[in-house]
Write a protein that binds this ligand. Structure first.
Ligand code: NAD
Ligand code: ZN
Ligand code: ZN
Length: 344
């Protein structure tokens, strides 16, 4: 089968021919219908050899949907032919966090060598994918695979970040979204669906800002050193109730710090290497700062539910699997609007 693989530290991903995997007892093989490209793939491919810890070659792709193709011994929860989305942050299944469906915060996964597909385990950017356990599948129930695949991360991650601070976004509040790419453009729609907050979106090009307005941002601001003043002005001098930073670099986190209001919150979703200073006086009084990771299984079900009722729509640029390396290059140069999705 064809698979998009990271082969050597520092090299570009390649499309390679590898054997079709067989499901072991308890596992499920999917024929992949669509797989999304995430900026986190570039993060891991940008790590130097001493910091890179996954096996090589690594099949990429931690956003995947597919059709159940073969059941490992003992699997009864799904049948061949079922369309499913993959819940990616695999945990141990036995701890208190996993019992709550919050496998993204499983304290045992790393030490047991359990890794998400595409982020340590063979990923979904291939013709077939092995899913370790039926609990990591959610029925698509009629959703279009290409339109829905990014909801498993680019939808789930902002959803989880927003749910955490939903109490800070009542009527009349303001939410700032920094970075309106894969995650950010879905985040704007989730904010509009779940809250009555005014949404201010920041990005670096007019094209991205136009797209942000088209998916529901009330105001857009170019992301530069003048952005905090613009946000203050749009909020009557008060600042934003919550800032969601989907970039997480030093300048964007400085924008977050400088534009959040007293008792507000900063959710640092992007892994751009920046930090927010904490300690008395370093942010407005009462500000909480959190760096969330992915989301829980029930939240994935909720996100898919929002899409089914037409309240979320991912802007997709579709690529054949042979063109996945081009799609990655485009993601890296910042010219994808919405999410790049590979169809094997
Ligand atoms: P993306 O490339 O699709 O989107 C990033 C967007 O940020 C682009 O629109 C880009 O133009 C914009 N941008 C870049 N520099 C900017 C700046 N200085 N100011 C404002 N906007 C800027 O990436 P993505 O796949 O949406 O991922 C976003 C970030 O979230 C990445 O860092 C990714 O690794 C991270 N991520 C984190 C989690 C998590 O669980 N915490 C999950 C998925 C992705
Ligand atoms: Zn991701
Ligand atoms: Zn666990």
């Amino acid at each position: 089968m064809k698979a998009v693989q990271y082969v050597e530290v520092g090299s570009a991903p390649e499309v390679r021919e590898i054997p079709v995997p067989e499901p072991k007892p308890g596992q499920i093989r999917l024929r992949v219908l669509a797989a999304g490209l995430c900026h986190s793939d570039w993060f891991i491919m940008g790590l130097p050899a001493e910091a890179y810890s996954y096996p090589l070659p690594l099949t990429l792709g931690h956003e995947a949907v597919g059709v159940v193709d073969k059941l490992g011994e003992g699997v009864t929860e799904f049948a061949v032919g079922d369309d499913v989305a993959v819940y990616g942050p695999w945990g141990c299944g036995a701890c208190a966090e996993c019992a709550r469906g919050r496998e993204n915060y499983c304290p045992n996964a790393a030490k047991l060598g359990i890794h998400p597909p595409g982020l340590g385990s063979p990923g979904g950017m291939a013709e077939y994918l092995i899913v370790d356990n039926a609990r990591h599948l959610v029925p698509l129930q009629g959703l279009d695979p290409v339109a829905a695949v990014a909801l498993t991360d680019a939808g789930l991650t902002p959803y989880h970040a927003i749910k955490n601070v939903i109490d800070k976004l009542p009527g009349g509040s303001t939410a700032v979204v920094i970075g309106t790419g894969g995650l950010g453009h879905v985040g704007i729609q989730i904010l509009r669906a779940l809250t009555s907050a005014t949404v201010i979106a920041l990005d670096v090009t007019e094209e991205k800002l136009e797209h942000a307005r088209s998916v529901g941002a009330h105001h857009t601001v170019l992301s530069n050193s003048e952005a905090p003043a613009a946000i203050r002005e749009l909020t009557g001098g008060i600042g934003a109730d919550v800032v969601f930073d989907f970039v997480g670099a030093t300048p964007t986190l400085e924008t977050a710090r400088a534009s959040v209001r007293v008792d507000g919150a900063i959710e640092v979703v992007g892994i751009g290497g920046g930090t927010v200073p904490t300690g008395f006086g370093s942010t407005p009084f009462g500000v909480s700062v959190r760096a969330p990771y992915w989301g829980s299984r029930d939240e994935l079900m909720e996100v898919l539910g929002l899409a089914r009722t037409g309240q979320l729509s991912v802007s997709v640029e579709r690529f054949d699997i042979a063109d996945a390396p081009t799609a990655y290059a485009r993601l890296h140069e910042g010219t994808i609007v919405g999410r790049a999705v590979v169809v094997p």
